[in-house]
Design a protein around this ligand. Structure first.
Ligand code: PLP
Length: 399
């Protein structure tokens, strides 16, 4: 017995937060932490954003849940707005990122099924990917640490190296249905995929009648300074999974697709009890109100430059701690020169919250509403954390 009734699946920091205010989290003891973890890119508009709180409480007083057996006006509205803002014609709402990916993968398989090719069910994915924790999405992610002990890997996923488009081409067989990629890998270590590579993947998909699926669960909804990260490349997918930021902290996700790609998703073939519920839709619409406001995304781009320049200066000052700065927009990574867990602890000691990622990286995912003053504050904390680590190394060496 560990003393807790909870599954031991999370190694939690010894911190309990009582409430949030914008970019800040406040513990039950009243200590304030600058939140550049943002629930891992979930709290896109920070904590307690007045427009989101109003939307949620207004909806809560009216109607919480109604089955998808009925019309849900907030759902139609959000679906139309997402379609208007993207390549997509159709949207299916889910409760999480993994479910949005499940829907995306199923949509691709059904496309080939209704076109008379049920044998085309395989999806090509990339090393370092993370697509969720369901049985199919751990198979898609292909990471042994998430697959181990859960029985046979779900069939139908072929993985190639990160950004290895030649290998992706070679991996295409008569059974391939789709290629699935995060335009910016999140948990893989904040690794943007070059625009040229996305272009080549689009060409491969067009040549072989494959569906191109983007996972923008982490990098979407303004995170990179455009509504969706792939907009920087100008290369659109056929299907896209989103979640996290669109709910601003309320659990929700969505699978977006073109009419053509969604051709197999007919009545009864897929479903959800909670996906697209009125509360989630009220918040999702409210998030879009803010993110699509004129000048909002341009300001994200401006702030991204400010923080990136500041981080580059800190990295120059402390090369023993930070090797490189990566990422785009407000989705940034510190490639660490020492174990990232140590750097993360040092930042936490400075009351700055960040998230470790693969490839020995620390992710910085501040709210899109972060202020310039908070960016400078975070840079000071990172500098102080790095200085402390360097001093600790020096004093250990002197002993
Ligand atoms: C890129 C990406 N895809 C999918 C997921 C899975 O989302 P969820 O945890 O909501 O199922 C995540 C979560 O971190 C993610 O970062």
């Amino acid at each position: 017995m560990s003393g807790s009734a909870l599954f031991e699946t999370f190694s939690r920091a010894p911190l309990a937060f009582d409430h949030g205010e914008g970019s800040w989290l406040v513990t039950d003891k009243g200590e304030r932490y600058l939140d550049f973890a943002g629930g891992i890119a979930v709290n896109s508009l920070g904590h307690g954003h007045p427009h989101l709180v109003a939307a949620l409480t207004e909806q809560a007083a009216k109607l919480w849940h109604v089955s998808n057996l009925y019309e849900i006006p907030g759902q139609s509205r959000l679906g139309e707005r997402l379609a208007d803002a993207t390549f997509a014609d159709k949207v299916f709402f889910t409760n999480s990122g993994a479910e949005a990916l499940e829907c995306a993968i199923k949509t691709a398989r059904r496309y080939h099924f209704v076109k008379g090719h049920p044998e085309r069910f395989r999806t090509i994915t990339f090393e370092g990917a993370f697509h969720g924790r369901t049985l199919a999405t751990i198979a898609a992610g292909g990471q042994y640490k998430y697959l181990e002990g859960f029985g046979p890997k779900v069939e139908g996923f072929d993985q190639v190296g990160f950004d290895d488009i030649d290998a992706a081409e070679k991996a295409i067989t008569p059974e391939t249905a789709a290629i699935l990629i995060e335009p910016v890998q999140g948990e893989g270590g904040i690794r943007p995929v070059p625009a040229q590579s996305l272009k080549r993947l689009r060409q491969l998909c067009d040549q072989h009648d494959l569906l191109l699926i983007y996972d923008e669960v982490q990098c979407g909804i303004g995170r990179t300074g455009k509504l969706f990260a792939h907009e920087w490349s100008g290369v659109t997918p056929d299907i896209m999974a989103i979640a996290k930021g669109i709910g601003g902290g309320f659990p929700m996700g969505a699978c977006l697709a073109t009419d053509e790609a969604a051709v197999g998703m007919t009545a009864g073939v897929h479903g959800t009890t909670f996906g697209g519920n009125p509360l989630a839709m009220a918040v999702g619409n409210a998030v879009l109100d803010v993110v699509l406001e004129e000048g909002f995304l341009e300001d994200v781009q401006r702030k991204a430059l400010l923080i990136k320049q500041g981080l580059a200066a800190v990295a120059d000052e402390f090369p023993e701690v930070i090797e490189d700065i990566r990422g785009t927009g407000l989705m940034l990574g510190l490639k660490c020169a020492m174990p990232n867990a140590k750097v993360n602890m040092a930042l936490r000691d400075q009351h700055l919250l960040a998230v470790p990622a693969g490839d020995n990286v620390i992710r910085l995912l501040p709210p899109l509403t972060v202020t310039d003053a908070e960016i400078h504050d975070a840079l000071d904390r990172i500098r102080a954390g790095a200085k402390g680590l360097v001093e600790a190394i020096a004093s250990a060496a002197a002993k």
